[in-house]
Write a protein that binds this ligand. Structure first.
Ligand code: UGA
Length: 442
């Protein structure tokens, strides 16, 4: 099938490359010429495991091409995916200007009947607006079917999620369009559910909001565990064994970040507010998450007193491992708070430094070497559970730091392992370890 994907961001590019890999003929369009040139040369503008090899392969096979030319992209496509950005506005609502701009362009450019399928996360009712635009602007003799097909691609495992997803959701109001969408996804052999358009739009928000709720819930239980001397790891495991609860998204920590959960939870509250439905549960989820972001700086101050002039090693800038994305990363809140307290910050991250530097500039130092970050530090804060941090030999902390005080926001280490070393270790929902034994031989 001839597919066009509008937008070469995290969702659009993964969608384009993976549909090409699944055997479709794919054109990906973006307005940023630099990005398109990079992609034409086989380079992804962001890090996503497994994406670049598939990009190169499908470019060289001729299954995939990139363009900034609207005519080339839209005039003969059978299915067009809208995967442009839907950023957050100041009031928490969604900025749909890119969606509508792409819709107008498509309406004026198409030369065939086409299905326009929204992948970007858009508030319930947006696809009705898209339909209206087509009704008003498309050539009369052409037929445009609008479909909602939300994505469930986690950054860092998006390629795997594309091919091994749990379900494909197709929101559609026309059986012919539904059958074309089924054919499109057939090679993936993933269960496909068909709903009305508004329900598909809601499934996406409800899914992200529910996962965010699970995280804030387990974080509140973790905070309680600290007060009643229980251990969140054991509690989460014991809860997750119940199939009705499940183990995933029960990893306690300093809260969720990224470009999806923070934005989508706020957008769902806005959406509910628009129909005079106060979504109090979700408001609490967001509040708990924000409090969680500030936990470790508070705990550092409890341990060390005022942080003015103290050297902090911040381990991990990306909002989660296996990505260079720092959008709404918890590390950014921690950096802001540390700087406000007068701390001197050196941040380690294996791949997210350029993005962080572009956003926060030279207010902190950056390194891709963990030891460099720890050298002479008064305390360390772990914000991202990178493998490089999880597999760091624990003697590195007492060896390199001025004071081996580690505040771990992602529970990277087992308490038993930590107990072997002279480290003061604060984690989330687990007992604090204050080990002042002299350094072990190693
Ligand atoms: C999320 C959803 O998981 C995807 O299904 C969805 O398609 C995507 O948003 C989107 O809307 O585009 P993503 O934000 O990329 O994906 O990453 P997640 O792996 O879900 O993690 C989100 C945040 O939750 C991260 O900051 C992570 O550290 C945190 N998290 C996750 C926890 O704190 N605890 C957990 O147990 C799991």
């Amino acid at each position: 099938m001839k597919i066009t994907v509008a937008g070469a961001g995290n969702v659009g590019l993964v969608t384009a490359v993976c549909f090409a890999e699944a055997g479709h003929q794919v054109t990906c369009i973006d307005t940023q010429r630099e990005k398109i040139e990079m992609l034409e040369n086989g380079h992804s503008p962001f890090f996503e495991p497994g994406l670049e090899p598939l990009l190169e392969k499908n470019l060289s096979k001729g299954q995939l091409c990139f363009t900034t030319d609207q005519n080339h992209a839209y005039s003969e496509a059978e299915v067009i995916f809208l995967a442009v950005g839907t950023p957050e506005k100041r009031d928490g609502s969604v900025d749909l200007s890119y969606i509508y701009a792409a819709t107008y362009t498509i309406a004026h450019t198409i030369k065939n009947n086409v299905i326009v399928c929204t992948k970007s996360t858009v508030p319930v009712g947006t696809n009705d607006m898209i339909k209206q635009i087509f009704q008003q602007r498309k050539p009369r003799h052409l037929r445009v079917d609008v479909v909602s097909n939300p994505e469930f691609l986690r950054e860092g495992s998006a390629v795997m999620d594309f091919f091994l997803g749990d379900r494909i959701v197709i929101g559609v109001d026309n059986p012919e369009a539904a059958s074309i969408m089924e054919q499109l996804y057939l090679p993936l052999k993933i269960p496909l559910i068909q709903t009305d358009i508004r329900s598909a739009e809601m499934i996406k928000y409800a899914s992200n909001a529910f996962l965010a709720t699970k995280i804030s819930f387990i974080n509140e239980i973790a905070n309680l565990c600290e007060k009643v001397e229980a251990n969140i790891e054991e509690v989460a495991y014991g809860m997750g064994m119940d199939k009705r609860i499940g183990t995933s998204y029960l990893q306690a920590g300093i809260g969720y970040g990224g470009s999806c959960f923070p934005k989508d939870t706020k957008a769902l509250i806005q959406l509910a507010g628009n129909v005079r439905h106060p979504f109090e549960l979700l408001e609490s989820v967001i509040k708990v998450n924000q409090q969680q972001h500030s936990l470790l700086v508070k705990k550092a101050m409890e341990l060390l007193g005022p942080l003015k002039g103290k050297k902090a090693a911040l381990l991990g800038l990306a909002f989660k491992p296996e990505t260079d994305d720092i959008r709404d990363a918890v590390s950014l809140t921690i950096i802001k708070e540390l700087l406000e307290e007068g701390s001197i910050v050196t941040a380690y991250d294996p791949i997210a430094i350029t993005n962080a530097h572009n956003l926060i500039g030279n207010s902190i130092e950056y390194t891709t070497n963990i030891r460099q970050a720890l050298k002479g530090a008064d305390f360390a804060i772990i914000a991202t559970e990178w493998d490089q941090i999880k597999h760091l030999p624990l003697f590195t902390y007492p060896d390199y730091m001025k004071e081996p005080i580690v505040l771990d926001g992602r529970n990277c280490y087992s308490l038993k392992d930590i107990e072997q070393y002279p480290i003061t270790y604060v984690s989330i929902g687990r007992p604090t370890i204050t080990n002042v034994k002299p350094a072990e031989q190693h």
